[in-house]
Design a protein around this ligand. Structure first.
Ligand code: SF4
Length: 248
């Protein structure tokens, strides 16, 4: 004996019908208003039935994730190294999705771990002041770290950084900035392992593969001594002069 046959209907959503062209509520189709699929829905746009086979099965109603959103979700759920267990939030990125310049820090601190955004503490205030000083507008820059999760004692964890490194490469591939500004010795070494120590390289552009790198000392270091504060200020001025013609 044959059982009941089931038919699956798949709809594709057409362009929205302007309000003035919609039928008055009282004259809308009784079938549409009473079918269970439309309960709680005031208006769903114009619907055109299509064959399930042509639709390739039932589609994901959220649509496919773009590569950046998928990468962000992957990082936020990552547990590939022990820092993934101790963190509060993975700290992925803040800024433009089409930046000209990306600032690369070392690792999230306590405040960043709390809120899930890079450079939001005292170092971030100093960094944001420098970014404004060099004349970068919001669509032109982004900020991220080599390590996406906070080391509990704020010590840069090289083993974790090696595990985490593919995320940095994938982020930079998708963002495709023309220049990188590293913040501190660990970020410099992560981007350019053959670079001399940061105090020798900070304040001058250097080529790394197809990108240009402009190293700075870490803004937190500039808060530790007057000498390093002076160095930070001088290097930020040099960065501004280098960026001004956007000739890189
Ligand atoms: S630091 Fe990087 S590799 Fe380690 S858990 Fe966080 S995202 Fe994953």
């Amino acid at each position: 004996m044959e059982g009941p046959s089931h038919k699956v209907l798949v709809f594709k959503v057409g362009p929205a019908i302007p309000a003035e062209k919609r039928a008055p509520r009282a004259r809308r189709s009784h079938r549409v208003r009473t079918h269970p699929i439309f309960w709680g829905v005031d208006w769903v746009g114009s619907l055109t039935p299509v064959e399930p086979a042509a639709a390739g099965g039932l589609p994901d109603p959220r649509g496919p994730a773009d590569p950046w959103t998928a990468l962000t979700a992957e990082i936020e759920s990552c547990r590939r190294c022990p820092l993934g267990v101790s963190r509060t939030h993975a700290v992925v990125y803040r800024g433009s999705r089409t930046p000209t310049v990306v600032f690369v820090g070392e690792a999230p601190g306590r405040k960043e771990d709390e809120v899930g955004r890079p450079f939001v503490g005292r170092s971030g205030v100093r960094l944001d002041r420098a970014i404004a000083q060099v004349g970068l507008a919001e669509p032109e820059f982004g900020v991220l770290n080599v390590l996406k999760c906070r080391p509990p004692d704020n010590r840069f964890d090289r083993a974790a950084a090696a595990t985490c490194r593919p995320y940095l490469d994938r982020q930079l591939d998708l963002l495709a900035p023309r220049a990188l500004v590293t913040l501190g010795a660990h970020a410099l070494r992560a981007v350019d392992p053959s670079a001399p120590p940061v105090l020798q390289t900070a304040g001058r552009p250097r080529a790394v593969g197809s990108r240009v790198l402009f190293p700075l000392i870490h803004p937190a270091a500039a808060m530790r001594s007057k000498r390093l504060a002076g160095r930070w200020d001088a290097d930020v001025r040099a960065l501004g002069a280098w960026l001004a013609p956007r000739a890189f």
